[in-house]
Structures are given as structure tokens and as C-alpha cells.
Ligand binder design. Structure first.
Ligand code: AMP
Ligand code: ZN
Ligand code: FE
Ligand code: FE
Length: 297
């Protein structure tokens, strides 16, 4: 009996509060993601597609693991100078009317941004059309869909999705286009709140902005939490971080969360098998979820 009890104490359970499906730029459907997360031993996942709730709305509560409705909103705020900051909304009501009407408007802005990106890519000598890109997407269109077309049509130059980002589509690369109309930080957070959710600053160390200023502005805009656990090594390979450096980033964000009184979250940013992340290998400890749940009451 005793060894069994000791073993139980060492069972590691994991939650993953940042995942994508085919509703945005992930490659698994809602059902596939849930069943693969269960098989990977994950206790709870949040579905956080880019600017859409098309998969989150399919949660019935009868899934074999806890599935939390979420979203990942992109902030494009020229006035504040914050471009392409990601805010995760956890425990949003995917049926919320205000949220859905704003998402409809942002879909148009997102598509226009991708058209601009495609025009830039074309002017750089690559024959890619909006129709080809749209055909790759089952839901909201993202840069990974443009990358997919480049990999298929120009495999010599773009042997991988990552190489298309490294050469053309990354935020400081020649094919990148800003979104002309987007949420400010305050609007994104208010929208998440009005849909009953909590707002977390996603992957705080991915941006070109000063992290402490960014977090101060996020707090001022009424943000609730920070995505503490994030795998910068696999999700941002161009930064070439070691395990030790990644752990240092996590520890720093954790310290900033403690100082600012923020909730803490974490997740893989899983986009599908064969992409940067493997389900069940990176997540956050489950006690984070207890605190997040308590804050939604
Ligand atoms: P979008 O919403 O169109 O801006 O696309 C954002 C998605 O593109 C992210 O969720 C990642 O999947 C991917 N992405 C963005 N930047 C990079 C990068 N530098 N390397 C690889 N993938 C990236
Ligand atoms: Zn994505
Ligand atoms: Fe993101
Ligand atoms: Fe993401």
C-alpha cells in the first residue's frame, strides 16, 4: 500500500490553457483535439483560437476531459503603439452576442490584413493568391495558411512553415503587414470581461516591447493574468533559447505576476501534430486552474 500512495503523490497532472483548432490556424478539429488531449493525459484544456469561437462554441460539457471556452485576441493599437499583442480570454461565453458581433467585424479586418500580406509576398516574387490561402483555412485565416501555400509552391526556398516565417512572414520580415483596424488592449480586455471571461497576456516574452511597461499597461487596462508557463524554445525557435533560459523567462514572468497580483496561466500553444508543440509535453500545473476558477465566481 505505502509505495502506491507515494506513487500517487508523484502523479503529474497537467492543464493546457492555450490551444488552437481548425477554427483558426490549428490542424485538428475540435473533436480530434479533445480526444488527443485526453489520450495525452491532460486534465483540462482551453480552446483559444485566434479571433474566433467557432470551436469553443461546440463545447457541451460532456467531453471526456474539462474543456474551457477561450479565445486569443490580437491587439493592433496604432495610437498606443502596441501592435500584434495577444490576449487570451479564458472562460468566455462563446454565445455572447457582443463578443460575436465584434468578432464578425474583426474577421473582415483580419482578411484584409492577409490580403495585404499576400500582396507583399507577391511583390517579392511569389505567386500566391488569396483564394489559394483561403482554401487552406477551415475558419479564420492566419499567416500559417499563407506559409502552407508557400511551402507547397516553393519547396526549395521554403522547406518548412518555419522557414516561411523566418524569411517572409515573421513580424519584422518583408512580407509582414499590420492590421489596419484592430482592438486596443483595453477593448480586447473589456470584450473578454463582457463575455464573462478573464483576460491573460499571452506569451509576454514574445514581443519587441519592454516587458515591464507592457505588463504595467496591461494592468492599467484591467487585465487579469499573465501566461506564465510558455515554451518559447519551440514556439519561437528563432530566439534560440536553452532550457535554462526558458526557465528563467518563466520564473521572471511568475515573479512579475506575483508582484502585480495577477492570476497565472500556461499552455502549449498547440497548433497540431507535427508542428512546434506535442500535446501533453508542455503545460501548467493544475493548481493554476483552481485560482482561475475561483476568480470567475
Ligand atoms: P496571424 O494571426 O495571422 O498573425 O498568425 C499568427 C500565428 O502565426 C501564430 O499563432 C503562430 O502560429 C504563427 N507565427 C507567428 N509568428 C511566427 C514565427 N515567427 N514563427 C513561426 N510561427 C509564427
Ligand atoms: Zn496561431
Ligand atoms: Fe499568440
Ligand atoms: Fe496561440
Amino acid at each position: 500500500m505505502v509505495p502506491l500512495i507515494i506513487l500517487q503523490e508523484f502523479v503529474i497532472t497537467m492543464i493546457d490553457l492555450h490551444t488552437h483548432t481548425t477554427a483558426s490556424d490549428g490542424s485538428l478539429s475540435f473533436e480530434e483535439l479533445v480526444s488527443q488531449a485526453k489520450a495525452a493525459g491532460i486534465k483540462a484544456i482551453s480552446i483559444t483560437d485566434h479571433d474566433t469561437v467557432a470551436s469553443a462554441i461546440r463545447i457541451t460539457g460532456k467531453e471526456p476531459i474539462e474543456v474551457i471556452p477561450g479565445i486569443e485576441l490580437s491587439v493592433f493599437d496604432q495610437a498606443a503603439g502596441y501592435m500584434d499583442i495577444h490576449i487570451l480570454g479564458i472562460y468566455i461565453d462563446p454565445k455572447n452576442k457582443v463578443l460575436n458581433s465584434k468578432l464578425k467585424a474583426i474577421t473582415v479586418a483580419r482578411e484584409n490584413q492577409k490580403k495585404e500580406t499576400i500582396a507583399k509576398v507577391k511583390s517579392l516574387g511569389y505567386d500566391v493568391t488569396f483564394e489559394e490561402v483561403k482554401a487552406k483555412a477551415k475558419g479564420s485565416i492566419g499567416r500559417p495558411h499563407i506559409a502552407q501555400v508557400l511551402v507547397e509552391k516553393y519547396p526549395q526556398e521554403f522547406p518548412s512553415i518555419q522557414s516561411a516565417f523566418d524569411k517572409l512572414l515573421g513580424n519584422d520580415k518583408p512580407g509582414y503587414a499590420e492590421r489596419q483596424i484592430g482592438f486596443s488592449m483595453k477593448e480586447a480586455i473589456s470584450l473578454i470581461h463582457s463575455a464573462g471571461g478573464l483576460a491573460f497576456l499571452a506569451h509576454p516574452y514574445i514581443y519587441k516591447y519592454d516587458i515591464e511597461q507592457l505588463i504595467a499597461d496591461f494592468e492599467y487596462a484591467d487585465g487579469d493574468g499573465l501566461e506564465v508557463y510558455y515554451d518559447y524554445i519551440r514556439n519561437q525557435p528563432e530566439a534560440r533559447l536553452t532550457d535554462t533560459q526558458n526557465n528563467e523567462l518563466i520564473a521572471h514572468v511568475r515573479a512579475l505576476a506575483a508582484v502585480g497580483g495577477f492570476l497565472m496561466s500556461g499552455g502549449s500553444d498547440f497548433h497540431g501534430p507535427g508542428k512546434a508543440q506535442t500535446l501533453g509535453t508542455f503545460g501548467a500545473p493544475d493548481e493554476f486552474l483552481d485560482k482561475i476558477k475561483a476568480a470567475t465566481q
